[in-house]
Write a protein that binds this ligand. Structure first.
Ligand SMILES: [Zn+2]
Length: 106
């Protein structure tokens, strides 16, 4: 089971996640991307379970920035192929009109 699963399946998480996304303007706080966003625990649930629902401990990240942060925390080099794949899949999941210009030029 993923660390923190007991948090992610609660209605309390759904609420606080939504508030964090809205606060961050539905954009990645690192790069400003607006595709698929994940709400990250700045201090991980494993490290600080008491902060799991704390708004100040949450930030909206795109899948790429989240992967980079997670790999960094785990002491792993970023998996660039995985990041490129996740980014492409997230982009394709968006309506055509909302895709980035870079994607439309392909
Ligand atoms: Zn980002």
């Amino acid at each position: 089971m993923k660390a923190g699963a007991h948090v992610y399946y609660t209605s309390r998480w759904a609420r606080v996640r939504w508030i964090a996304l809205r606060r961050d303007g539905f954009a990645c706080v690192k790069c400003g991307a607006r595709g698929r966003l994940e709400v990250d625990h700045i201090e991980s649930i494993r490290r600080a379970p008491e902060r799991a629902y704390e708004l100040h401990n949450l930030q909206s990240l795109c899948t790429s920035c989240h992967s980079i942060k997670t790999n960094d925390e785990m002491g792993r080099a970023p998996n660039l192929a995985q990041i490129a794949w996740k980014t492409a899949v997230a982009e394709l999941a968006r309506p055509i009109g909302e895709r980035t210009k870079k994607c439309l030029r392909v």
